[in-house]
Design a protein around this ligand. Structure first.
Ligand SMILES: [Fe+2]
Length: 463
């Protein structure tokens, strides 16, 4: 067994928050950037050393790449952006650029490529990293848009962590004995929470123009008017979702969109992925372990279509991404948008279940210190949350540093997910961070929460 737990235990000590990146000295910023890159590599190493070489080169699902592809792809992107582009150095392996170009080869076909083997891939990523750290040492971090505040280095650290989450999803799809372990998440510390929170009508600042490592699709900041609405205090739990399944929700087309019903029917979907019925209760497989589905955890491994059907069955709807972001960031006392629900400080273990410290979502109510000013819990971490919004550019969007980062994905075929999961690293999650995926996706660590419009009486009463 290999632990993916490489951070100190969750002792919830309150440390003074470090200053934001843009207020740090160049020396501090450089040290922080190196530390973030190191943290990503520690995770990649743990995830790829947990299995043997056969497992590394095998495709565990047509939906995923072999783990060894992800590993060398991480190195390839780091070489292209940091070593060649920022550093102006000679290419190490120009011959493999094409193999690791995600746009050239869909995941299903990647095992047939002449990929680097496990030891070659490990050697390659180590060589690239040593050059990238050398480039970091020698690059001014007050330069242009690519190097200013170490943006390109932050982008590459986020890229590696995003692949680490993808590799964790591959581990979830892998058959065989469990190979990952981590401590259990905290239990709920609060008493009963209200079912929902009212978010008052009004404008708020959505997106960002100042967050140094925010990606192009999070920019620029712009004002959005959001009508008053009510939002679930916590994500929808397994128990609530099981009630939908047990009530025949999967067999009743009334709750489903036409596309969702067609998808459900074509694949005969009757429960969240990895769930199965045994006797009178639901079980699931989680990283190779069979266990009863825990009632109080956020549901995950549901597609957008399942989330949408549940919401309709419950007489509710999914929130838009503007609603989600307002609930997460808007501070009614100051009228400004925070970086995170809890404030402007970086995520700490007491705030949110992030970074693969735990290999599951925490029960609802487990992170009172991470609640937003309006009292919404667990917006960051635990499970990605489907929103009803298509992935679209914000007004004034400009592709940076390349069109393929976001722009080519804009359109109605992708739905936005927010907040990150237990598998996402803090460097790759922010109040403004936008993820996107096809509405049929179920292998990702995604759940949801529901919203509703206010009634006329509630609106008139100014609640
Ligand atoms: Fe990638």
């Amino acid at each position: 067994m290999t632990s993916v737990h490489s951070e100190p235990p969750d002792v919830s000590g309150v440390r003074p928050a470090p200053p934001p990146l843009w207020e740090r000295s160049e020396e501090d910023l450089r040290a922080h950037t190196a530390e973030v890159l190191h943290r990503a590599r520690a995770r990649s190493t743990a995830l790829t050393e947990a299995v043997d070489d056969d497992d590394l080169v095998r495709q565990h699902s047509k939906l995923m790449s072999p783990l060894v592809w992800d590993l060398a792809h991480i190195g390839s992107q780091e070489e292209i952006w940091l070593v060649r582009d920022v550093g102006g150095r000679e290419p190490l392996r120009p011959d493999i650029d094409d193999l690791y170009d995600a746009f050239q080869h869909p995941r299903a076909t990647r095992p047939e490529l002449p990929l680097l083997g496990p030891s070659e891939a490990r050697g390659y990523v180590a060589q690239v990293r040593s050059k990238a750290l050398d480039v970091l040492e020698r690059t001014s971090l007050s330069g242009d848009a690519l190097t200013g505040t170490a943006f390109a280095f932050g982008m590459i650290a986020q890229h590696e962590q995003q692949h680490d989450e993808t590799m964790l999803a591959t581990h979830q799809l892998r058959r065989g004995d469990p190979v990952l372990r981590a401590p259990e998440p905290p239990r709920p510390a609060t008493g009963d929470l209200p079912d929902e929170v009212v978010v008052p009508a009004g404008p708020f600042a959505m997106g960002t123009s100042v967050e140094p490592w925010a990606l192009d699709n999070e920019r620029p900041v712009h004002e959005v008017f959001v009508a008053g609405f009510a939002l679930d205090t916590t994500p929808v739990t397994n128990a609530a979702f099981a009630a939908f399944a047990d009530d025949g929700g999967y067999r009743d087309s009334r709750w489903w969109s036409a596309e969702g019903w067609a998808y459900r029917s074509a694949h005969d979907i009757v429960a969240p992925r990895f769930w199965r019925r045994e006797g009178d209760r639901w079980w699931r497989r989680r990283f190779g372990v069979d266990e009863p589905v825990p009632d109080d955890e956020p549901v995950m491994h549901v597609s957008y279509y399942e989330a949408e059907a549940f919401a309709r069955w419950a007489g509710r709807r999914l929130p838009t991404e503007a609603e989600w972001e307002k609930a997460a960031r808007f501070d009614p006392a100051t009228g400004r948008s925070r970086r995170y629900p809890w404030g402007d400080g970086e995520p700490e273990p007491r705030h949110a279940n992030l970074g693969q410290r735990h290999l599951r979502p925490a029960p609802v109510g487990a992170y009172p210190d991470g609640a937003s000013p309006l009292g919404v819990h667990q917006l960051i971490g635990d499970v990605w949350e489907w929103t009803s919004s298509d992935f679209r550019p914000y007004p004034g969007f400009a592709a940076f540093p390349y069109r393929e980062y976001s722009e080519v994905f804009f359109g109605p075929e992708h739905k936005v997910l927010r907040g990150g999961s237990f598998g996402s690293d803090p460097v790759a999650v922010r109040g403004t961070f936008r993820n996107w995926d096809y509405p049929i996706r179920r292998q990702i660590f995604a759940g949801f929460r529901c919203a509703r419009d206010l009634t006329a009486a509630e609106t008139a009463a100014g609640v």
